[in-house]
Ligand binder design. Structure first.
Ligand SMILES: [Zn+2]
Length: 400
């Protein structure tokens, strides 16, 4: 409910086998010369990534009790899995700590400074109002409707209470209406949340709820007091449910748990960012940097879920498998113009093509203000065209 609370869609589409098969579907003419798809991930058995147990299977017997640290037995320790032997630059790759976007902290400092000035200004106006002589008009009547009653000043003066109450109401809404993920309800999602928290070195896994999405693809993270929680819309969960694709859902859960791990939902941080919605470009840029940070977490947790998550954001849960994520990501470098720049600069999330690009090119942080350029001349579009994406969805749409 609070504007700074990270929330957004993410989701899943084509199966991981589909991605690893992509180079094979390149027309045979170019099979030996075409560059491999950047979406193709290293083989889990040979590429240095620990094996992903995908799709995770819910346990058959009763669930064992959680370990003292809040983790289910068998999950990674809070320190996370061991780092791979090879060096990964910038921490963007799996099994290093997920990287914070380099713009995040500098922008946060500037926004906090603006917010502090706004709070001080509101206090100053209140003081002036309390101690200044009352304004009297020519008829001797005391004027009301002073500047202190301006809604903006009131909003700032009561910001600590309003934010606290808003977060409390948000959590309470999930507690009374949401389906709480547990070993017996949405066990796959529950397990992903536990694993993501362990992967990011969190001392306690957040609560997680599924709420009715009514067709919307969305998820968000928030907190109240010492509690942290993730909310996943049911439509999004359906995509990553047991019958469909767990990897896209895992990426999204990694993204949302990442918001918590990176401190984005802290009360004090949100209080310090209170005026961000009223700071044109600056406020939205900070939120965009946070989204890239969260995407880095999602990627580190489940790299091969990134493309299906992005495809679902682009085309929804039924048509995601028709999205050529490479083809769409390439447009990040091709689409130019002032309005393209503005749409991204004003957005709370990076535009989708740039976001896809950033998840594909892990050599540098996501582009914040300027469209990315192709790493190699002639790479876009690939020789021989894009491979046909003819893999049918894993399941037909469910009858109503
Ligand atoms: Zn987010």
């Amino acid at each position: 409910m609070h504007p700074h609370e990270p929330h957004h869609p993410h989701s899943a589409g084509s199966p991981p086998e589909h991605q690893s098969q992509q180079p094979d579907r390149t027309p045979s003419l170019d099979k030996d010369t075409a560059p491999p798809s950047p979406w193709a991930q290293p083989d889990p058995r040979t590429g240095g990534f620990p094996a992903q147990d995908s799709p995770p299977q819910p346990p058959t017997g009763p669930y064992p009790p959680l370990a003292p640290g809040g983790y289910a037995p068998g999950y990674y320790p809070p320190s996370g899995p061991p780092a791979p032997p090879q060096h990964r630059p910038r921490g963007l790759m799996p099994w290093d700590r997920p990287a914070r976007h380099p713009w995040e902290i500098p922008l946060l400092i500037v926004v906090i400074m603006f917010t502090a000035v706004a709070y001080l200004l509101a206090l100053l106006l209140l003081t002036v109002e309390l101690f200044a002589d009352p304004v009297v008009d020519e008829k001797g009547v005391e004027q009301t409707g002073s500047i202190v009653t301006s809604p903006y000043v009131l909003l700032l003066l009561f910001a600590p209470v309003l934010l606290w109450a808003g977060r409390g109401l948000n959590l309470a809404t999930q507690r009374v209406n949401g389906v709480k993920m547990s070993p017996t309800q949405f066990p796959e999602g529950y397990r992903m949340v536990q694993e993501a928290a362990a992967r990011f070195g969190m001392h306690k896994a957040p609560d997680a709820y599924v709420i009715l999405g009514n067709g919307k693809i969305n998820a968000f993270a928030s907190g109240h007091g010492f509690r942290r929680f993730v909310v996943v819309y049911s439509d999004l969960f359906e995509i990553g449910g047991a019958a469909r694709e767990p990897d896209g859902l895992a990426f999204i859960i990694g993204h949302e748990v990442g918001h918590i791990a990176a401190g984005h939902v802290s009360y004090w941080r949100q209080l310090g960012m209170f005026v961000a919605p009223w700071l044109p470009l600056l406020g939205s840029s900070l939120i965009r940097a946070q989204e890239y940070t969260a995407d880095n977490h999602g990627f580190c947790f489940r790299p091969h879920g990134a493309s299906t998550a992005m495809a679902t954001l682009a085309a929804g849960k039924y048509l995601n498998s028709d999205v050529g994520v490479d083809e769409m990501a390439d447009r990040a470098a091709l689409d130019r113009g002032g309005f393209v720049w503005l749409v991204n600069a004003m957005g709370s999330h990076p535009v989708l093509t740039w976001r896809m690009w950033a998840l594909r090119d892990r050599s540098k942080p996501g582009p914040m203000f300027w469209r990315p350029s192709a790493p190699h001349p002639g790479l876009i579009p690939p020789r021989g065209g894009y491979p046909l994406n003819s893999t049918p969805p894993a399941l037909p749409p469910k009858p109503v």
